[in-house]
Design a protein around this ligand. Structure first.
Ligand SMILES: Nc1nc2c(ncn2[C@@H]2O[C@H](COP(=O)(O)OP(=O)(O)OP(=O)(O)O)[C@@H](O)[C@H]2O)c(=O)[nH]1
Ligand SMILES: [Mg+2]
Length: 531
């Protein structure tokens, strides 16, 4: 650990000055730093200069004195885990200033019980013998093995979810549940959630620094490599939190962008997602470049980094305008299709609703189609249109489109504007709600808000509760009554008749108003026999 002479020198000095004395010792056994603290603690901020490099443990151990021969404190253990020290030891000081007991703790590899460290039984200093070099080498390889085993076993990134906001705890927890769904949908493992409701939001880290420590320790215990914040982070916050925790940091917007990038299949969908990603990236590039330009250097005071970032930014902007032009071209093609439909006077029903409400399932049930439907958010990004047969030679087109979510990221909303604007063509909006969702009321509000933002309030709307098979019939009835809505289960075609009836009546009324020569038809889903 340390030689009896060195230990004695420390305890005597401590005894004399009534302060803790600490030694940071590297793997070769050399003393890197001597620290002097208060009577109760040491300030370890100097350690932020020591990087881990590729190793898991930091490569230095801390041996320090405890004036009243007291055991390791919670702060000591927090420092151990947070700074990933090779180990931490306290040598108690006896009343004469000589070494008394030795207290030792070390980090343990990620484990199912979620223990971050192991605290050994205290022993008299002189009775304690440990070959530190060997011990730390063994520990390091064990940790490395466990980490590799973890990552090979599931191959998934593990995320820790965080919410720091002034909203109520309940609301934060609801939002974290949604965030967890999003994370799973992005193929991430969620190991833990952390909620903070601070008086004041910490401008640099969002979380208070105590909470941030807790986060790092939890991440360590559970083998998390990614932090996902429910709140939007500024580029500076992402950087600061990343540096303080040495973990990857993203926010909800970035997570949603990532899901969209995975799911975009059509050419237009891909363009829209790439646009959103570039728009998200652009301010972050400039933020990095100011940081780099401060580092300065280079001829004429312009660092090479900045020049590169200038080029990066220019390239990003060029790509953005290129993609925007492509989108406009696609929009023109769509306008032509629209003109055709208007000439044919085919009414359009658009299914809108919160993501995962069952929109694609309903489209499939009504038209006997095979649009992919999956129990995860943002399964659908591309608009699908299908024909619904009316009797007396009348048709309707029914469309299914990208789902909504609360606080839809601005960049996404912008990029998906063309898709969303297609909703303007609708003669009827079918607002589908997952009645079994705990937060369905807030989901309705979120959808209404987005429809208002898209200025679609003028289009007749039918509210439909889906997944009613999951509720007792009385509850469905009560809900429908309260909201003036129709209840269905898209998985059970036999429940769709009342909905078809309502759609029929609304469209018929609209047809009469718009074109009185046309007889109101009865809308029939091809799969659902309506007598
Ligand atoms: N129990 C039950 N599950 C349903 C019902 N309708 C849809 N689901 C399920 O809900 C999940 C989501 O359905 P989707 O049709 O993909 O939902 P969506 O609204 O299109 O979702 P996004 O495209 O991701 O926005 C799927 O697992 C469906 O099987 C229903 O009436 N009852
Ligand atoms: Mg869908």
């Amino acid at each position: 650990m340390i030689s009896p002479e060195a230990a004695r020198a420390c305890t005597e000095l401590s005894h004399e000055i009534r302060r803790q004395v600490g030694l940071l010792i590297n793997r070769r056994g050399a003393i890197e730093q001597v620290l002097v603290g208060t009577g109760r603690e040491l300030d370890l901020t100097v350690l932020s200069g020591f990087r881990h490099g590729r190793r898991f443990l930091r490569g230095v151990r801390l041996v320090h004195t405890h004036l009243s021969n007291e055991p390791l404190t919670q702060d000591d253990l927090t420092d151990l885990a947070l700074l990933r020290l090779d180990l931490i030891a306290a040598i108690g000081v006896d009343p004469q200033g000589a070494p008394a007991d030795l207290y030792l703790a070390h980090i343990v590899p990620p484990n199912p019980d979620g223990h971050a460290y192991d605290v050994l039984e205290p022993r008299p200093f002189h009775a304690f013998h440990l070959d530190c070099g060997q011990f730390i080498d063994a520990l390091e390889s064990e940790v490395a093995r466990e980490i590799v085993r973890h990552s090979v076993a599931d191959r998934k990134d593990t995320a820790l979810l965080i919410s720091a906001s002034k909203r109520s705890r309940l609301e934060q927890e609801e939002r974290l549940e949604e965030l967890a769904e999003l994370a799973k949908s992005d193929d991430l493992e969620v190991c833990e959630t952390v909620v903070q409701r601070p008086q004041e939001i910490h401008p640099k880290y969002l979380l208070g620094s105590g909470k941030l420590k807790e986060v790092v320790i939890k991440a360590l215990q559970r083998g998390a490599d990614l932090l996902i914040f429910d709140q939007d982070l500024t580029p500076a916050q992402v950087r600061a939190i990343g540096e303080a925790t040495e973990l990857r940091v993203i926010d909800r917007t970035q997570l949603i962008l990532d899901i969209f990038a995975r799911r975009a299949h059509s050419r237009e969908g891909k363009i829209q997602v790439e646009l959103a990603q570039l728009r998200y990236l652009l301010p972050r590039l400039s933020e990095r470049s100011t940081a780099l330009s401060r580092l300065g250097g280079g001829i004429g005071g312009r660092g090479p980094g900045e020049t590169k970032l200038e080029t990066d930014r220019r390239r990003v902007r060029q790509r953005i305008s290129h993609l925007e032009r492509e989108l406009q071209a696609a929009a023109r093609r769509r306008d032509q299709r629209r003109a055709l439909r208007v000439r044919e006077k085919i009414p359009i029903i658009s299914i809108v609703g919160y993501t995962n409400a069952g929109k694609s399932t309903l489209l499939n049930a009504l038209t006997d189609s095979r649009v992919p439907a999956e129990d995860r958010p943002f399964e659908t990004l591309d608009t699908s249109s299908r024909r619904l047969r009316f009797p007396r030679n009348r048709d309707a087109i029914i469309t299914d489109t990208v789902g909504f979510i609360r606080d839809l990221p601005k960049d996404l909303m912008g990029a998906f504007r063309t898709t969303l604007e297609e909703l303007r063509d609708a003669d009827l909006l079918l607002h589908l709600v997952d009645a079994s969702a705990k937060t369905f009321e807030r989901q309705i509000e979120a959808v209404d808000a987005i429809l208002a933002e898209l200025e679609l309030e003028g289009i007749p709307r039918v509210l439909v509760f889906n997944k009613c098979d999951r509720l007792p019939p009385e509850e469905t009835e009560g809900l429908c009554h309260r909201y003036g809505a129709v209840g269905v289960s898209a998985l059970r075609p036999e429940t769709l008749a009342p909905l078809i009836d309502v759609l029929d009546r609304v469209l018929a009324a609209r047809a009469e108003k718009g074109d009185s020569t046309e007889a109101p038809g009865r809308l029939i889903g091809s799969r659902v026999g309506v007598s």
